[in-house]
Ligand binder design. Structure first.
Ligand SMILES: Cc1cc2nc3c(=O)[nH]c(=O)nc-3n(C[C@H](O)[C@H](O)[C@H](O)COP(=O)(O)OP(=O)(O)OC[C@H]3O[C@@H](n4cnc5c(N)ncnc54)[C@H](O)[C@@H]3O)c2cc1C
Length: 431
């Protein structure tokens, strides 16, 4: 644990009801619901925008939204984003696609309207815990080290930074600790929408395999992508696409030196790929690499151990729970941790069933101040590969925000908050 006792001015600790660490899909949702439940709330975010993978990660396809888009925060977001022309349901209606810049602006304005404080360029870098409770956290930014305390804390860092710093046990990847590869996303414009139809993952054409076609096209250009199932996702009618075609292997979400090398490597691969495609002409004649992501896409960070941990059994048997807060419909989606065969998706040969996430999977087992949201909630590798999508991050974030606000107001630890009080507040907020 970081020794920061001598750093900064701890006489000046800033107090909140709820501190949300990380402002990605889960952190944003947590903060909105915490504020609506009456808690004075702050988001501490290391980037200079909200949205995490949606914005800094350049991936604005919101997935696993079936049974969720007609209620709660997702419904509200889809309605508002559609109204301002910043997003739309695509293909079969099971995906919602947004414009990256519109999304950044939308999320910020939503926080402003809800009275949520936001701190950018600020990384949670230390935790002072005593007797299973957090006393305060340390945050590193251009202002130096600053200290924040709260009645409840939400770990929405994706990687489980807060939980780990608070001394919580966690797992990462499979039983041997192997984690799935990371991918850096690129944004392309000038792609000929008609000519790439058969390579476009947004198109549902019977019998067509867009990833296979794109792979063949890249090989025709002299490129073998490090991810052999490259994916082209259409974000607008005028030819803006997100491209996911690289895999970086053997890196933990908390190994910054390796992450840096992988970002440099992935960006180099993307530049070479787009250059080679452009040389082909045709659909790619006017292609332009507009941006590469600020934040590399991390599939697996830490799963902080919860009061309940979602198991392989839950995924394949379709478990239901009395304290359910989210329906997961996604299939098992494990990108092979090994780079053999381009690290395609592991075929587990078993079909997962829709199952539910219980509120207990959001409550840390080892620290009574920590509530998790998004991809760092408690679950085994199979479970994580089904629940990590952002439709579920919004739902777990919303639940974490309500739970944190109730805990802050009552003084009860999160696992002491009754589920009926939770449901009452959820109904009050969303009807
Ligand atoms: C390559 C890739 C493709 C994917 N494709 C899709 C897709 O198409 N659709 C979909 O729905 N999901 C997709 N996913 C899954 C999804 O992106 C993630 O699981 C999702 O990001 C979960 O949201 P989150 O809020 O938990 O985490 P994140 O989006 O990672 O957000 C975490 C936030 O916390 C901040 N943070 C981290 N550490 C700290 C710290 N110490 N202090 C302060 N702030 C911190 C980060 O900057 C970030 O803003 C994909 C994931 C990857 C990696």
């Amino acid at each position: 644990m970081l020794d920061f006792e001598c750093l900064g001015n701890r006489q000046n600790i800033k107090n909140y009801d709820v501190v949300v660490c990380g402002g990605g899909p889960a952190g944003f949702s947590a903060a909105v619901c915490s504020a609506r439940a009456g808690a004075r709330t702050i988001i501490i975010e290391r980037n200079s925008c909200l949205g995490g993978i949606w914005t800094a990660g350049l991936l604005t396809w919101i997935l696993d939204i079936k049974n969720k888009s007609d209620k709660g925060l997702l419904k509200e977001m889809f309605t508002e984003l559609s109204e301002i022309g910043a997003g739309r349901f695509i293909a079969d209606g099971v995906k919602f696609s947004c414009d990256v810049e519109e999304m950044k602006h939308y999320l910020e304005q939503k926080c402003v309207a809800e009275g949520i404080d936001v701190l950018f360029g600020a990384s949670v870098c230390g935790v002072k815990s005593e007797e299973r409770r957090i006393k305060y956290i340390a945050v590193n930014s251009k202002s130096g080290i600053e200290y924040f305390s709260a009645k409840a804390y939400i770990d929405a860092t994706g990687d489980g930074d807060l939980g780990a710093m608070s001394g919580c046990s966690f797992r990462s990847g499979d039983a041997e600790g192997n984690t799935q590869p990371m991918s850096l996303i690129a944004l392309l414009c000038g792609v000929d929408v008609e000519k790439v139809r058969l390579m476009n993952n947004s198109e549902t054409i019977a019998g067509n395999n867009p990833k296979k076609n794109l792979f063949a096209e890249m090989q025709r250009a002299g490129i073998t992508p490090s991810y052999t199932q490259p994916t082209l996702m259409q974000l607008s009618d005028d030819g803006i696409f997100a491209l996911m075609s690289n895999h970086e292997y053997g890196i933990k979400a908390y190994e910054n030196d390796k992450i840096t090398k992988s970002v440099i490597n992935a960006r180099h691969e993307l530049y070479n790929t787009v250059k080679a495609l452009k040389k082909l002409g045709g659909a790619w004649k006017n292609v332009h690499l507009v941006a590469t992501a600020e934040q590399i896409g991390v599939r697996e960070g830490r799963q902080i151990e919860g009061v309940y941990s979602i198991t392989e059994h839950d995924v394949f048997e379709g478990s239901c729970f009395d304290d359910a807060i989210c329906d997961v419909q996604n299939r098992v989606d494990i990108h092979s941790p090994k780079c053999e065969n381009g690290g395609g998706v592991v075929d587990v040969g078993r079909i997962s069933k829709p199952y539910q996430i219980p509120l207990r999977a959001l409550i840390a087992k080892d620290n009574d101040s920590v509530i998790m949201a998004g991809r760092c909630i408690s679950g085994e590798m199979y479970a994580h590969s089904t629940f990590r999508l952002t439709g579920n991050a919004v739902e777990t974030g919303s639940a974490a925000g309500i739970l944190a606000a109730l805990s802050a107001a009552s003084g009860d630890i999160p696992k002491g908050v009754s589920f009926s009080d939770f449901k009452k507040m959820q109904n009050r907020i969303f009807g």
